[in-house]
Structures are given as C-alpha cells and as structure tokens.
Design a protein around this ligand. Sequence first.
Ligand code: ZN
Ligand code: ZN
Ligand code: ZN
Length: 235
Amino acid sequence: MTLRGLVIAYFQYPAIIGYLLAATIAIGLFFLYPAPLVPTLASIAISVLVYPLVWYCLHRWVLHSRWMFKVPFLASTWKRIHYDHHQDPNRLEILFGALHTTLPTIALATAPIGYALGGTGAALAAFATGLITTCVYEFFHCIQHLAYKPKRKWVVAMKARHMAHHFHDERGNFGITNYFWDRLFGTYYERIEKDRKSETVFNLGYTPEVAERYPWVAQLSGGVATGHPSQRIPH
Ligand SMILES: [Zn+2]
Ligand SMILES: [Zn+2]
Ligand SMILES: [Zn+2]
C-alpha cells in the first residue's frame, strides 16, 4: 500500500468523516460564540498536551482493565471498543472507536478546560482540538494496522511499538503516537527486552475460564476465540 492509498482509505472511514464533521461544526459555532485570543490559544495548547495523558489512562485503566467485561451493561461496549480490536488487529471495520463512546469522551476531556479558561467559545476551540488530535491519532493507527511500510525512522519505531502492544505484550506501549507517558510510568518496552510473550495479548485476560463466570462477551462473540488471529476462520 502506498501513502496515497492509505490517505484515500483513511478518509473513507465513517468515524473519520464523523470527527471532521463535528470539528467543522465546533469551529463554526466558535465564530458564533467567539472567545478572546489568549484563552482560545491556551485552550488549544492545553488540549493538545492533555490528550496523550487522557488516552494513556483510558487505554491502560479502562480498555485494558479487567472490570468492564464483568459488568453486564458494559460488556458489549468493552467488546466493541477494545476486545475485538485485540482479538483481530487486522480487522479494519473496528480499527476505530465507536463515535457514541469517543465523542462524549473527547468532549469531557477537552471542553471543561476550555470553558474554565474562556467560556463557551474556548470550550468549542478545545473540543475541536480534541477532535482533530483524534484524527491525527487515528491516522497513525491506520499506518500501524494497514499494510503500509513507513519510511521515516520515527514512524517505523512508532509502528513497531504498537505492533508489540498487539502481538507481544499488551501490558505496555499504551501510547499510539507518542510513548512519553509509557516512559514515565514504566510501561514502555521494545520487543527485544521482553522475550516472553504475554499469554493474554489477544484475549486481554478474557479467557474461557473467565468467560464461565462473566459470559456476556462470549455470548456476543459466539464463544471465546483462542490462538493467534491469523489462524482463526475468517468471518
Ligand atoms: Zn491497534
Ligand atoms: Zn490495547
Ligand atoms: Zn474478518
């Protein structure tokens, strides 16, 4: 796949179209409820800085936590937003999060910061920043999962770290575009450092034994798949 092919594929994902549409609306509303320059710029800057930390926390302690599948009404959400992605990392229909979970999360993570700094206008600027940052994250996530060979060294390294999260050990490398918080919290690793593969890298701890007690995800998935994704029957 060429970079051009990747860009074309990327802009066809409904989630990306949804984010860009929402960002356009937020920017349009900003001009209806404008905020002064300094609080607007501050809201944008803080949103960009806070985003990787929020993503790290959600990915590590929500998506990879082992409590969501234990709660009946959260099981289907957990399955959709992360279990399925780890079960089958090459399945592109579920590469992106579901808008009904991501949009409120992005709004909650960014808009209050903007609101505190400059009212409605700055809240809209912060929200738009969160949406655009999400598009950047998802673009790199596409590079990581699509059959595209990056040329730049830093992109190659970024892809290798995320592939290790999917195929080697899911308990590390939680960042997608930067691993600053992984380094700070000690979850950053390169594949060579850990020679033993995690046994839960594809099922995230949702094993057949666990499924006996908490059956909801298994019921929705038609059982618990074991083994390497490439060995499973294609759906
Ligand atoms: Zn991934
Ligand atoms: Zn993950
Ligand atoms: Zn498939």
